[in-house]
Design a protein around this ligand. Structure first.
Ligand SMILES: Cc1cc2nc3c(=O)[nH]c(=O)nc-3n(C[C@H](O)[C@H](O)[C@H](O)COP(=O)(O)O)c2cc1C
Length: 329
């Protein structure tokens, strides 16, 4: 049995990455019903929204799903306060900045005592190793191809390092949206994959239709990275907002740029995802958008990725390494 599926209790080794304003109950339940792990994007949401979304998801699925948090003390205290009553099967912790071992040990133990599994997302090996030491049940390593807050290393570089060093199941994230990507992640040593951007163009996602169309229309150079001066770089579509952010960063010293960017970025994700403003809103998305050509249901996305990955892995067996007959046939 797949190590990730066994550790987390899901049927298929696919996580739908949390996305604020996008991965709400309908999408999360659809992914979980298709055998993947749906994740509510509620990392910074108020308690009443988290409680309502968990209740709504439980009405739509009996399968495991996760809620998203961020490894910063204020957030963790708040979430831990409500966790016993909402009882989510899995907690998905994102990391921003330096991850403290004591923080992991303290909260992962409490969450485990409530019966929750813990998955941590890391953008570098130091963070991944700390999270494993702290007791995480699985580690997502996310390359900089991915949408939303991003790191500095590529998925192809991070995944094999994580597979070599970590004992817990490794999930590859960033730049995956089809069976070829999943097969490549498996070849690099991953036990599972996470996909975010492809689920933005999902018929089950309650986002503005403009968002779904923008993913289908995207090309290879459609995304840029903004906010480097804030220490929290973010991959999003190039538009009026990203141009404005780039200008601020180009014309100001780092500390000043960070201060000026905050009000510009505030509420900009909601403006794009809910109101459909594709120019003044932050249309976070990954480079893989260039490969996404249609709007499909979560069930279709997951079943196609799984079956195409199996086909690709079979084809690879026949890959010829020389001009001679393959030794693998
Ligand atoms: C629009 C958008 C919003 C996101 N919001 C969050 C978030 O709130 N919390 C989080 O941990 N990750 C967030 N992410 C990252 C995804 O969970 C996931 O790690 C990433 O999309 C995977 O890479 P991919 O886009 O190449 O599939 C977001 C990504 C996108 C595209």
């Amino acid at each position: 049995m797949n190590r990730f599926c066994k550790a987390i209790g899901v049927e298929n080794p696919i996580i739908q990455g949390p996305m604020a304003w996008i991965s709400t109950a309908p999408l999360v339940a659809a992914v979980s019903n298709a055998g993947g792990l749906g994740v509510l994007g509620v990392g910074f949401a108020p308690d009443d929204f988290v409680i309502q979304q968990v209740a709504e998801t439980k009405k739509l699925t009996t399968k495991p799903f996760a809620i998203n948090t961020v490894m910063i003390p204020e957030n963790l205290d708040r979430l831990t306060g409500i966790i016993k009553s909402i009882n989510p099967p899995v907690i998905y912790a994102d990391t921003l900045g330096e991850l403290k071992l004591e923080l992991c040990e303290k909260y992962f133990e409490i969450w485990h005592s409530f019966g929750c599994k813990v998955i941590v997302k890391a953008g570098d090996m130091e963070t991944a190793v700390t999270a494993e030491k702290g007791g995480a049940d699985a580690l997502i390593v996310k390359g900089w191809e991915g949408g939303g807050h991003t790191a500095y290393e590529a998925t192809t570089v991070l995944v094999p390092q994580a597979a070599d060093v970590l004992s817990v199941p490794v999930v590859a994230s960033g730049g995956i949206a089809d069976g070829r990507g999943m097969a490549a992640a498996i070849a690099l040593g991953a036990d599972a994959i996470e996909m975010g951007t492809v689920f933005m163009a999902c018929s089950d996602a309650a986002v503005h239709p403009n968002v779904k169309q923008s993913i289908v229309d995207a090309k290879d150079m459609s995304t840029v990275i903004t906010g480097t001066s804030t220490g929290e770089p973010c991959r999003q579509f190039k538009n009026k907002l990203s141009d404005k952010m780039e200008t601020i960063e180009a014309e100001n010293v780092r500390a000043k740029a960070a201060e000026l960017l905050r009000p510009v970025a505030e509420s900009s994700l909601k403006l794009a995802m809910i109101e459909g403003d594709m120019e003044n809103g932050a249309v976070m998305a990954g480079q893989i958008a260039a490969l996404i050509k249609e709007i499909r249901s979560a069930e279709e996305i997951i079943s196609t990725v799984l079956s195409d990955a199996q086909i690709t892995l079979k084809q690879i067996v026949n890959f010829s390494f020389s001009g001679k007959e393959s030794t693998y046939e």
